[in-house]
Ligand binder design. Structure first.
Ligand SMILES: Nc1ncnc2c1ncn2[C@@H]1O[C@H](COP(=O)(O)OP(=O)(O)OP(=O)(O)O)[C@@H](O)[C@H]1O
Ligand SMILES: [Mg+2]
Length: 380
């Protein structure tokens, strides 16, 4: 009895999803309805939309009812290639095929999509279309690249830093001995040179120490409240830039605490916010420099190829000039800097620290708006 009712309920639910009886009877619809990807089912002869799931409604910005009145060519004006592909699938020439398409829509932005067109074994009068926005593809490719690159960088930097560090101590020591000797022989005129060697060795030592920082610190895990991290960073930066800079907060206070290394996360956020403040130099002198710290909860997102049910989504937004175009693709690489006195390590370190928490830093930048996004999984 219960089972019967359940089947009835499912059937009822499926009926409300489409008017096409064979499609409803195929039993496919409730499953397609629940998919997070964009799914459309077309009548293979007329190319009328026989079914659209909620993801399709939201991507196309058209309700199911509106879509049901439409043919493929009403939605997209340039879909010849797709129509040919659908024809080939309908004629059983392939079972499924992939293609990239830019779909023009009347009066709207074109959609850059990756489409999978498939033959439906259980409802042969129909074809199945799965659409992925290409931007998401590009984004996850980019995330993956950042992730792989950081792993390679880490090893390279570590080895290089050790190679520099060892002889550096010797060079500095020898220069000091020489300086002492010169003093004893009253050749103070030459001490200027040894002082240069000592000073430059110290500068190099500081650089090497920063390079080794993420490897030296043990990962200290405790309960972290992200808003305490934000508040600390805010206080430090406001102390460094006391005039002309506003740091606004837009916090989601329902965010839970999580396990992590608080000091590392403070350092990561500090590097990002300090960069923003440094980039805002001109606006600071005008008095309208603005940084926003925004926290949100993200659900069901992919971070570095891993699907997370729950994640922390932290944004640092500034109204500065934007990241210089020539270094925009490389700012997470070590020693890449757009500032004259920059060492180009702040973002490399920030990325490493965030990745040690299985997270990722992303960035979008244009003049007047730079937005860094830190994503940290909360369900590990
Ligand atoms: N919010 C921002 N707006 C504009 N440019 C930025 C911003 N954040 C970073 N950049 C650019 O990215 C570069 C790299 O930043 P990163 O923090 O890695 O190094 P740095 O600031 O130059 O040196 P360091 O942080 O090691 O002292 C910066 O020099 C700057 O040109
Ligand atoms: Mg920096």
């Amino acid at each position: 009895m219960v089972l019967k009712n359940l089947i009835k309920a499912k059937k009822g639910q499926a009926e409300s999803l489409s008017d096409d009886v064979p499609l409803v009877n195929s039993g496919l619809l409730p499953g397609l309805e629940a998919l997070p990807t964009v799914v459309l089912v077309l009548d293979k002869r007329t190319l009328r939309v026989a079914f659209a799931n909620p993801s399709a409604e939201s991507m196309l910005d058209l309700s199911r009812k509106q879509l049901a009145q439409m043919q493929w060519s009403d939605i997209f004006t340039n879909a010849e290639e797709l129509v040919t592909t659908i024809g080939a699938i309908a004629e059983h020439r392939f079972h499924a095929t992939h293609l990239d398409a830019v779909l023009e829509r009347p009066g709207r932005e074109p959609l850059h999509v990756h489409v999978i067109v498939g033959f439906l074994e259980v409802a042969q009068d129909y074809v199945l279309l799965e659409l992925f926005e290409n931007e998401r593809h590009l984004k996850s490719d980019r995330e993956e690249r950042i992730h792989d690159l950081t792993a390679v960088n880490k090893q390279l930097i570590r080895n290089l830093a050790h190679e520099i560090k060892n002889p550096l101590g010797g060079i500095r020591g020898a220069a000091q001995l020489l300086e002492f000797e010169l003093g004893a022989r009253e050749r103070n005129d030459l001490r200027e040179y040894t002082q240069v060697i000592v000073k430059e060795s110290d500068r190099l030592q500081t650089l090497v120490d920063r390079l080794l920082e993420p490897h030296r610190h043990p990962h200290v895990v405790g309960d972290v409240n992200i808003h305490e991290v934000c508040e600390r960073v805010r206080a430090v930066i406001l102390a460094e830039f006391p005039r002309g800079l506003t740091i606004e907060r837009d916090y989601d206070v329902s965010l839970p605490d999580f396990r992590g290394d608080k000091e590392q996360l403070i350092q990561a956020l500090l590097n990002i916010v300090r960069n923003a403040a440094q980039a805002l130099r001109e606006r600071i002198s005008q008095g309208d420099a603005r940084i926003e710290l925004r926290t949100r909860i993200a659900r069901k997102i992919t971070i570095a190829k891993r699907l997370c049910k729950l994640a922390l989504d932290l944004h640092v937004i500034d109204n500065g000039p934007g990241i210089p175009e020539d270094i925009r693709d490389r700012i997470f690489y070590p020693l890449v800097s757009g500032r004259e006195d920059g060492s180009g390590l702040g973002l490399t370190l920030a990325q490493t620290f965030v990745q040690q928490h299985d997270g990722l830093i992303e960035v979008e930048s244009r003049p007047g708006h730079t937005e860094f996004q830190i994503l940290l999984p909360l369900d590990t």
